[in-house]
Design a protein around this ligand. Structure first.
Ligand code: NAP
Length: 259
């Protein structure tokens, strides 16, 4: 399908690997020029080169912490008026909520709520003025269903979701959409990092922790960053202009609900 966004520009935050990279690759395949981002220069340059070779689009690699004002300024300097913004960031580590203190709570809220809001503030008026904009926030299935040890992540992302619900309605008549993608379990470094913690807690091998994690999913497999990215690219397409303010769960059936 032609997504109708060839020649558009996108900032894809936190995209040197994992879900962000999946989104960047899918947008590049649709002909979108990219700014990609991460903190590790070597990995980011490698990803940028991989995307250029695969798609031929222009890819700028911005080494920056997206959670800082300087990092955001660097991203916007590379692409001051993006047509598309994909908000992504690392997530807080697994931790019992009793171990959190004020500083770590504020850090988590800054990463997963404040940062995407700040970026939206900086791009949305130009999108509205040109009558085209697509914003996708990568949140988590944990917005709908608690995940042990990720209470901070869940709370911050739920806050973002509620915040964006109003913002989305305010720009819908300008052909600017804002949607959230909620990953269940996707095969990335972050997911694999969690198996070590789970294995230690249950006194089992990492392979066993992985098998148990997979067996909970009706699809009996983890999602791939490529399929996540294709969904993101569709939401950024001309065909998705009537979808806004939505929370789209990609979880292989894991969230057990009829609606
Ligand atoms: N994978 C899943 O199943 C799953 C499920 C639910 C929610 N999520 C959420 O989805 C998001 C992406 O997860 P993932 O699995 O793709 O993680 P990942 O494989 O660990 O990739 C994270 C990416 O973000 C970059 N990054 C991290 N912190 C950054 C920062 N401060 N500034 C700029 N870039 C940064 C990393 O590069 P550098 O480290 O080099 O900066 C890397 O490119 C996370 O918020 C995660 O909590 C994932």
């Amino acid at each position: 399908m032609d997504l109708g966004i060839r020649g558009r520009t996108a900032i894809v935050c936190a995209s040197s690997r994992g879900l962000g990279k999946g989104c960047a690759l899918a947008l590049a395949e649709a002909g979108v020029a990219l700014v990609i981002n991460g903190r590790d220069r070597r990995l980011l340059e490698q990803t940028a080169e991989e995307i250029r070779r695969a798609s031929g689009v222009d890819v700028q690699a911005v080494v920056a912490d997206v959670g800082t004002p300087e990092g955001q300024a660097a991203l916007l300097a590379a692409c001051p008026t993006p047509d598309i913004l994909i908000n992504n960031n690392g997530g807080p580590p697994f931790r019992n909520f009793r171990e959190l203190n004020r500083r770590s709570i504020l850090e988590g809220v800054t990463m997963n709520m404040v940062t995407p809001i700040e970026l939206v503030q900086q791009v949305i008026d130009a999108m509205a003025a040109q009558r085209f904009g697509r914003i996708v926030n990568i949140t988590s299935m944990s917005v709908k269903m608690p995940i042990a040890g990720l209470d901070l992540s869940s709370g911050a992302r739920a806050g973002l979701t509620a915040f964006m619900a109003g913002v989305a309605r305010g720009v819908a008549d300008k052909n600017v959409t804002i949607n959230n993608l909620l990953p269940g379990k996707f095969d990335t470094a972050r997911l694999r990092g969690g198996f070590g913690v789970a294995a230690q807690r249950a006194n089992i091998s990492e392979a066993e922790a992985e098998a148990r994690s997979k067996s909970d999913i009706p699809a009996k497999r983890f999602g791939t960053p490529a399929e996540f990215g294709q969904t993101c690219a569709f939401l950024c397409s001309v065909h998705a202009g009537y979808i806004t303010g939505q929370n789209i769960l990609l979880d292989g059936g894991l969230y057990p609900a009829a609606f």
